[in-house]
Write a protein that binds this ligand. Structure first.
Ligand code: BES
Ligand code: ZN
Ligand code: ZN
Length: 497
């Protein structure tokens, strides 16, 4: 596979000995793939070997951005997949200079590099290859429909390239891809299997694999009752499997006073509760634990990359079931923090489990920085589509770091506000707070405002509402997307606090 820029068509035709007429086929547009099957020798014909060459456009040299390289890499991978080719050699382009005049646009201007280094290209390629080789196929019984894994993909670089440096880039990409695959597997598993108890087992597996680096704590319903974590209990009280709060501790920087908490919404199925979700809205709700999946998978990568930071991960796990024991709308429940909350709508459950989880980590683990990740509101999907997460914060500098990490990871986190008016909507009449605002408008911001009630003033906090991007509905990527893992790893490995 050869990647080429639009200006280089003539050169590609010449140097690869292609028939001149092929210059008409090579369009050079990002992701445009042209196949060439050379005339076979008799022995190749006899052996049934058919080496094919693919030429993949990356666009006009003067306009190339990293996203075009990624697009080309994805196109290359889907070509291999669609033809069930399991072996390939990819000729990696060298560093690509990006003229500064082409850098424009309100968003990409922030972090778009002036030069796309070969490391960036290799990272982009490796991520595309590895994510393209994922398929949730454990329930597929027909061989033809099963995933055909790649056997070997070679990345070929020019002799003067720093190969050992590039190998490090590939190893890091592989850790990120493995974590993303874990996140996707956790999200994709269906809710009759993936109960809070199943999640506990998955967390335990990770903690046992890295028993010298991770410590695990699990609070079961009786523990939650003893502590007064009634919001988390109320969400899970209709389900057969009890809710849980799971904590995993990783101390990669014992000398540092800084600590990061990553808190994930882990609703293993969201029926909506007594405020039952209708058909059309309920089907995807087995992915409502994507936040928990993201933070657990991120931790796996942190351990494997030996990240020098102190991290605690909290998984707020419950099934929001409908049953005769489910919490009733209008119930007034005392949170672990002490604030009372009227349940105006049992479908606004994510903020309830998070509220108690947030209180617990702040009380017992004393983080300086806290990121929560949650498929929290349909309103956020209305605002941003499925392309970006909503990003809310009490500290703009911190939020800028997360956003920049997202840009580098090709996962967009877009800042949204929490206005005083959003917070005022949550004031209770017979209770301190309500779990819903006045109407449908601004639902992502009122949900964030609710969470903020449970954040201590001196804790730097970001909230990522991933309701949109947590699920992919594309042709190539389908189901749980693993969104957020790459972003958080990027932030944890490349940013000093
Ligand atoms: N899990 C949903 C949010 C969601 C919606 C995630 C679509 C993924 C895709 C959440 O628990 C929910 O139901 N939120 C309600 C809140 C409302 C009742 C205030 C919503 O967004 O409608
Ligand atoms: Zn809900
Ligand atoms: Zn939910």
């Amino acid at each position: 596979m050869v990647f080429y820029a639009e200006e280089d068509v003539a050169e590609v035709v010449r140097s690869h000995g292609l028939p001149k007429v092929m210059s008409e086929d090579l369009k050079g547009k990002p992701g445009h793939v042209t196949a060439y099957v050379p005339r076979l020798s008799e022995s190749q014909e006899a052996e049934g070997v058919a080496p094919r060459e693919f030429f993949v456009g990356i666009g006009k040299r003067s306009e190339i951005r990293l996203k075009h390289v990624r697009k080309a890499a994805c196109a290359a991978v889907s070509t291999l997949k669609s033809k069930k080719l399991t072996k390939a050699t990819i000729i990696v382009p060298n560093d690509i200079d990006v003229p500064s005049t082409t850098i424009a646009g309100p968003h990409m201007s922030v972090n778009e590099p002036r030069r796309i280094s070969q490391s960036d290209v290799v990272h982009g390629l490796a991520c595309a290859i590895l994510s393209g080789s994922y398929k949730f196929d454990k329930y597929i019984t027909k061989d033809d429909d099963k995933n055909v894994p790649f056997e070997s993909i070679y990345l070929q670089v020019q002799p003067e390239a720093d190969v050992s440096e590039l190998q490090k880039v590939v190893s890091r990409s592989m850790v990120i891809a493995k974590a993303t695959a874990l996140c996707r597997n956790l999200g994709n598993e269906r809710a009759d299997v993936a109960t809070p108890e199943w999640y506990e087992k998955k967390a335990f597996e990770l903690a046992s694999t890295y028993s010298t680096k991770l410590a695990m704590e699990c609070l079961h319903a009786a523990d939650l009752k003893g502590l007064g974590m009634n919001l988390l209990l109320s969400v899970g009280q209709g389900a057969v499997v009890e809710p849980r709060l799971i904590l995993l501790h990783y101390n990669g920087a014992p000398e540092s006073s800084e600590k990061i908490a990553l808190v994930g919404k882990g609703i293993t199925f969201d029926t909506g509760g007594i405020n039952l979700k209708p058909t059309g809205f309920i089907e995807d709700m087995y992915i409502d634990n994507a936040g928990a999946a993201t933070v657990l998978a991120t931790l796996q990568a942190c351990v494997e990359l030996d990240v020098k930071k102190n991290i605690v991960v909290a998984l707020c796990l419950a099934e929001n079931a409908i049953s005769n024991t489910a919490v009733l709308p209008s119930a007034i429940v005392k949170s672990y923090k002490g604030l009372t909350v009227e349940i105006g709508n049992t479908d606004a459950e994510g903020r309830l489990v998070l509220a108690d989880g947030l209180t617990y980590v702040q009380k017992h683990c004393h983080p300086t920085h806290l990121v929560d990740v949650a498929t929290l509101t349909g309103a956020c999907v209305v605002a941003l589509g499925e392309y970006a997460a909503g990003l809310f914060t009490n500290d703009d500098a911190f939020s800028a770091q997360i956003r920049a990490a997202g840009d580098n990871a090709n996962e967009i986190a877009w800042p949204l506000p929490i206005l005083d008016e959003h917070a005022e909507e949550l004031k209770g009449i017979d209770s301190d707070l309500k779990n819903i605002g006045k109407g449908r408008y601004g639902g992502a911001s009122t949900a964030a405002a609710f969470l903020r009630e449970f954040i201590e003033k001196d804790v730097k906090w970001c909230h990522l509402d991933i309701a949109g991007p947590a699920k992919a509905r594309g042709e190539k990527v389908q189901g749980a997307s693993g969104f957020g893992v790459h972003m958080l790893i990027e932030w944890l490995t490349k940013t000093s606090l």
